[in-house]
Ligand binder design. Structure first.
Ligand SMILES: O=P(O)(O)OC[C@H]1O[C@@H](O)[C@H](O)[C@@H](O)[C@@H]1O
Length: 244
């Protein structure tokens, strides 16, 4: 049965594998705004017959996945097929990569303009885990993860950061596949069964549940009961609930 409140026992855990956007920093919101702007302007221009892109589309098809997988999976859900293109595609091109790159321009504009402040409860948990000697890694689908960590002042806290750039370089499939989390555990030198995954996205919880880990903490930032359905073994609203 899934626990719904914490009192978490860290003694069985040697490492914590943290998703970033929506777990350590409120940047899931920035991604959501950028995706909304992208998909709704694209649909209005090219498919005015389609209903607007909504937050429900984000949670169902985009949340937690690598950039171009999110583009492709949302378009597929609407029966739209675009040429793949390549990562170098101009942001104006209507290809899977062009649309993803267009969204990235918006994301970085907002990040530069507004900065980012980590969730205080998440920082409190990082402090606690450092004190009790639990190792920590960040596992993010985002190619912007290092920039977000730096902007939030968290970069020095993690020796291992597996982001979208590392995953692409190593050919690791993205979430919901478990490979990026497993690679982070291997880099830390900790057995998968002694690691816990902390995730706010359904695709990320699925990745954690498939990876042979000690458990998956679902962080509810809007996905709600879908986290437990996807395999979260405990669900919290704030990481400070996990400080025992
Ligand atoms: O486009 P980026 O920065 O590489 O990020 C890809 C994805 O990264 C994930 O961390 C976010 O949950 C998604 O919303 C985002 O789409």
């Amino acid at each position: 049965m899934t626990e719904t409140s914490a009192a978490f026992d860290w003694t069985a855990v040697e490492a914590a594998l943290f998703d970033l956007d929506g777990v350590l920093t409120p940047t899931a919101e920035v991604h959501m705004q950028a995706w909304d702007a992208l998909f709704n302007s694209y649909l209005r221009a090219e498919h005015p017959d389609q209903p607007p892109y909504t937050q429900a589309d984000y949670f169902a098809h985009v949340d937690g996945k690598p950039r171009y997988d999110g583009v492709r999976d949302f378009l597929t859900s609407r029966g739209i097929e675009l040429p793949e293109g390549t990562v170098d595609d101009d942001a104006e091109l209507d290809t899977v990569h062009g649309l993803g790159n267009r969204k990235n321009v918006t994301f970085n504009e907002v990040l530069t303009r507004d900065g980012v402040r980590a969730y205080p409860g998440s920082v409190a948990l990082l402090d606690h885990l450092a004190t009790i000697g639990v190792q920590m890694a960040v596992v993010s689908s985002s190619k912007n993860a290092p920039a977000v960590l730096a902007a939030a002042g968290l970069a020095d806290r993690f020796e291992v950061v597996i982001d979208g750039v590392v995953a692409a370089r190593l050919g690791l499939p993205g979430k919901p596949a478990p490979d990026t989390f497993q690679h982070a555990a291997d880099e830390l030198g900790v057995a998968h069964a002694r690691c816990i995954v902390l995730e706010d996205a359904v695709s990320g919880v699925q990745a954690g549940a498939a990876g042979g880990f000690a458990g998956v903490v679902g962080v509810d930032r809007g996905a709600g009961s879908a986290l437990a359905d996807a395999g979260a073994t405990i669900v919290v609203r704030d990481l400070a609930e996990l400080i025992s």
